[in-house]
Design a protein around this ligand. Structure first.
Ligand code: PLP
Length: 393
């Protein structure tokens, strides 16, 4: 029997739930694109977005998904043959590094674990060994959406700073900007990449690069610049459309303004981060309670390295495809499966527009499907999550 009648719920690690307010803000016919409100919004967003990455630097926006943001960052800061160091911690860091290779730079991959964060000491050793300062950039993800690890960007930045190493520090914050704490300027980050459809609650379609003055210096000599992604016209636009190298993502801009208003109304980023932490704690309480030999287990073993945006749970002897199918067909809940070679895993997204009914509904439904399958369970994750949420009410 299927009980899925009602509003379907998607609890995957992006794209995330779009608030009705954002959808409604986007639901409009084409405005005048030459003057008036849209032009004002485009400039307003460029003013407001730096605060979201906690930077005094500037932001560039492109139409495209997160991959477009990656490409924009590479093309505007690097040159052919540059040596970059990619800090692996899952599928997304690898893919960004592979894109850098295809773009013409020499990417060196510092191997990482699929079950933990980038090793700070190993990074420090690699940086110390770079005596002739050949590494031009270091690329890392804040949260790797495959493994659900959250890297310690602050400590990585400190390594570069303490070594007085000139490499650009480039961070993919696509999964968890607006979810996990991220302090671009304080942590010494030079380029931050993000996209609209995860913590920022807007449909996929726009990506961002926030840049430090040092990144702009690198831009001045970067020879991978391309016609489309080049920051030059976006830097000193003679008309609004130059901010986007052509037609702006009109409806997305209305949606993004609404999403930023919602973040402000909630009390700002600190409040949004605290909500994510509380809801993520309840997911972790559920996974901890479910965990048992041969069954569910945390993928990330170090509790301090678990992201507040996504949780990857290993499923042991439990078939994740069946779990996902039962939750979807029977209850209208869509879960994420493992990616990047992680076959026996599910991923629960807890990013963006999210509250206890959403998270408890997700976790209760996962538990119902696990019980229906006769899965081995250490205990009730739904109960543990309710207790965790109850601690905040
Ligand atoms: C989602 C994601 C990407 C890719 O974004 P797309 O919009 O799918 O191109 C890259 N990195 C991380 C960490 C992500 O979570």
């Amino acid at each position: 029997m299927s009980l899925r009648f009602g509003k379907p719920m998607v609890s995957i690690p992006g794209p995330s739930t779009i608030p009705d307010r954002v959808l409604n803000a986007m639901h409009r016919p084409m405005p005048n694109i030459y003057e008036g409100e849209l032009v004002d919004i485009a400039y307003e967003l460029h003013e407001r977005l730096p605060a979201i990455a906690r930077t005094e630097g500037r932001v560039f926006i492109t139409i495209g998904n997160g991959h477009a943001g990656w490409q924009m960052a590479i093309n505007n800061t690097l040159s052919r043959g540059d040596h970059v160091l990619v800090l692996e911690s899952g599928r997304f860091a690898q893919a960004w590094g592979e894109m850098a290779t295809l773009s013409g730079v020499k990417a060196e991959f510092m191997e990482g674990s699929m079950r933990g964060p980038v090793d700070i000491a190993a990074f420090a050793d690699r940086i110390d060994a770079d005596i002739d300062r050949s590494i031009k950039a270091v690329m890392v993800v804040l949260t790797d959406t495959a493994t659900s690890v959250m890297n310690d960007i602050e400590s990585l930045g400190r390594v570069l700073n303490d070594a007085d190493h000139p490499a650009l520090f480039m961070v993919d914050a696509i999964a968890s900007l607006g979810c996990d704490v991220f302090e671009m300027d304080r942590w010494g980050v030079d380029v931050t990449v993000a996209a609209s459809q995860k913590g920022l609650m807007v449909p996929p379609g726009i990506a961002f690069c926030w840049v430090s003055p040092k990144a702009l210096d690198a831009y001045a000599t970067a020879d991978l610049r391309t016609g489309y992604f080049d920051w030059a016209p976006r830097m000193k636009p003679k008309a609004m459309y130059e901010l986007f190298a052509g037609t702006p993502p009109i409806q997305h801009l209305y949606g993004l303004r609404e999403a930023l208003d919602m973040i402000d109304e909630e009390g700002g980023l600190d409040v949004v981060w605290a909500r994510h932490a509380a809801l993520a704690d309840s997911v972790r309480a559920a996974v901890a309670a479910w965990s048992t030999d041969g069954g569910i287990a945390f993928n990330i073993t170090d509790p301090d390295a678990r992201s507040n945006a996504v949780t990857t749970a290993l499923t042991g002897s439990i078939d994740p495809n069946e779990l996902r199918a039962r939750a979807e067909a029977g209850a209208g809940l869509t879960l994420g499966l493992g990616i990047g070679g992680m076959a026996d895993a599910i991923r629960i997204g807890h990013m963006g527009h999210l509250n206890p009914p959403h998270i408890l509904g997700t976790l209760g439904t996962v538990e119902a499907a696990l019980r229906a399958m006769g899965a081995p369970l250490g205990g009730s994750g739904a109960e543990a999550a309710a207790r965790s949420i109850g601690g905040h009410l």
